[in-house]
Design a protein around this ligand. Sequence first.
Ligand code: NAD
Ligand code: UDP
Length: 312
Amino acid sequence: MIKKKVLVTGGAGFVGSHLCERLLKDGNDVVCLDNYFTGQKQNIVHLLNNPYFELIRHDVTNPFYIEVDEIYNLACPASPLHYQYNPIKTMKTSVMGAINMLGLAKRVKAKILQASTSEVYGDPQIHPQTESYWGHVNPIGERSCYDEGKRSAETLFVNYHKQNNVRIKIIRIFNTYGPRMHPNDGRVVSNFIVQALQGNDITVYGDGQQTRSFQYVDDLIEGMIRMMATPESFTGPVNIGNPNEFTIMQLAELVIQLTNSKSKIIRMPLPSDDPTQRQPNIDLARKKLNWEPKIQLREGLIQTIQYFADTL
Ligand code: NAD
Ligand code: UDP
């Protein structure tokens, strides 16, 4: 079999490390590029002995030259805490990173997939969200560096495709969790599990009635691989997420139950522009990728709790 050479930007991150693992398992030659802003070597250290895995420290805001067949562009901090730490850098990573990676794809005629996000829908006014919805984003709010950065990246992808025939794929990822989430990145699933395991208070922001739909990382990876393999004419965007929706309070209660924790739930202020509800419509992914999530919340949480119990 001829190995494909695949570049994964953000490959040392939570999602990227699972993607690198899967691409190697499928027999590819994988180059993982990361600046370690939120990623960690620990996430990919087990791959370093594989001769078909290569690790490069690089920042996607600078041009990068390599010969590859496919690019998965994941480089970007994803948790609100991390992407708001340096909003200008977040925007540069999304926009300049997209320009650099699209330029690379154009030069070497590689196929390129963008890890976009449900955040392009902002605080959505239609529910569940379909790909045809344009979104409801505050361009000057706390989340805008991420939301508008990702929206601009989608614009760049679509125009490199129209203007330069670059083969593009856009997926809009909904809240994803699983092993190798950073324990301190502030995202709700990792926060609640770490708090429950350590016997600390569970911090529910606002009244906890806001909703999210949580996808286990293995389902996302399967969706990404399938999207990359779709015919050239299908560019997306396509939603990749688990449509089962939960309130944040329900999540807190489930985590307490599954960890057998004595932690108490406490209320904290709701961050500004926090979306009230979020649920993907995945009809398009079902039709075009023949894909749907297989792992439901309870099962995925058990795996994730085990990971944190082993590593904390
Ligand atoms: P993560 O923070 O664990 O991973 C992002 C990776 O990108 C990290 O390894 C980080 O060091 C790297 N990175 C950041 N800036 C970089 C730069 N300038 N140059 C090179 N590398 C850089 O987050 P994740 O959850 O694994 O997310 C991966 C991708 O998926 C992101 O693009 C994110 O926007 C997207 N996404 C994730 C979710 C989710 O719920 N996990 C949801 C929607 C979209
Ligand atoms: N959240 C919470 N407690 C926490 C962390 C997050 O109640 O300790 C809430 C947050 O306000 C949001 C939801 O959980 O409504 C999901 O937050 P996360 O940062 O994981 O992702 P995003 O808001 O980007 O979907």
